[in-house]
Design a binder for this molecule. Structure first.
Ligand SMILES: [Zn+2]
Length: 333
């Protein structure tokens, strides 16, 4: 690493914090133009509720599945300079605001803090099982101790599948978006010891990454919790809707953007694409308050949306954004 690069990497947390704080009250991107009005929610079938970042709740009225469960969203200063921990009050508030009492399983895409921080506490409060990687298991055990050992389903690095009610969930080996910030390089690799909060954000290392496929008689979905992909891994899957992680996609090389599109969207052939992982991770979740896009220079959400628009122009595929606590029906429209 050259001296200027080292300096930039060292200064990045300060730059990020300054930007995240200063931009908190403004919207650097006019998101209205890419938020199409969603179709009416059907009374039956599978409904999906968005809770910011990559947190989604799938429910068919009998069985409920959550992706990730990151809702307490610590502020920029503790995230980049101090220690973070799940915030019990914010977690319960989010569950109450979304009307969530019971979850059958929480499905964790990878073990970075903005996915896995709150999962063990959400699981304890909703009596949910958790499916996650060997690295996530260290977050689960570190947060809960031996309290819930049997509720954890550790997925081998190659992937795995489980049934919950009428849902079939498959974890498919995937990859993470490229590390372009110095701080990202500190959170690569596996977690090898229990992560006991409060602790540094950098203790929540990535571990194995999975795309999560959810099949149900009333509709199917694929969720990518980060903008990376494994070649050919999804070729045997189809999905009505892709919840597409676009965090840092706008900063990727054109080659990597094309690979992600080909290996995820073209592979599973969805009618609808719902971007996820585009909102600021450090502003609290609040019902009735629109999410703010992650500002520059940390990300370029506008460039990612422009990429999706260009790829879907003149095709039957639609890009539909969701705001926090918004619900839509799954399945062909
Ligand atoms: Zn990540």
């Amino acid at each position: 690493m050259t001296a200027p690069t080292r300096l930039l990497a060292a200064c990045l947390p300060a730059i990020l914090t300054t930007c995240l704080v200063s931009c908190a009250g403004t919207s650097p991107l006019d998101v209205a133009d890419w938020r199409a009005r969603p179709a009416p929610v059907r009374p039956d079938g599978v409904k999906v509720t968005f809770l910011g970042n990559t947190t989604l709740l799938f429910s068919d009225g009998e069985t409920s599945l959550m992706i990730d469960g990151y809702v307490s969203r610590p502020g920029a200063f503790p995230t980049f300079f101090g220690k973070i921990a799940p915030h019990e009050g914010r977690i319960q508030q989010a569950l109450d605001d979304a009307g969530i009492d019971r979850i059958d399983a929480i499905l964790v895409g990878h073990s970075h803090y903005d996915h896995a921080l709150d999962t063990p506490i959400v699981a304890r409060r909703t009596r949910a099982k958790v499916m996650g990687s060997t690295s996530y298991a260290q977050v689960h055990r570190g947060t809960l101790g031996e309290e819930h050992p049997t509720d954890l389903i550790v997925i081998p690095d190659g992937g795995g599948s489980r049934r919950f009610g009428r849902f079939t969930v498959t974890f498919v080996k995937s990859d993470h978006v490229t590390a372009i910030h110095g701080i990202q390089e500190k959170i690569e690799g596996p977690i090898t010891a229990p992560v006991v909060p409060p602790t540094k954000m950098t203790d929540y290392k990535c571990g194995p990454v999975f795309a999560i496929h959810i099949a149900h008689p009333d509709g199917s979905a694929l969720v990518t919790t980060t903008a990376g992909a494994e070649e050919k891994a999804l070729d045997d899957f189809r999905a009505d809707t892709v919840f597409l992680g676009i965090g840092l996609l706008g900063r990727e090389t054109p080659c990597n953007q094309e690979k992600y599109w080909r290996e995820v969207v073209e592979a599973v052939d969805p009618a609808v694409i719902v971007p996820v992982h585009w909102d600021s991770l450090t502003t609290p979740l609040a019902k009735g308050t629109p999410l703010k896009p992650l500002p520059k220079p940390f990300d370029d959400v506008g460039a990612a949306i422009d990429f999706l628009k260009a790829k879907t122009a003149g095709t039957p595929r639609r890009v539909v954004a969701m705001d926090a606590f918004e619900t839509r029906s799954l399945g062909r429209e």
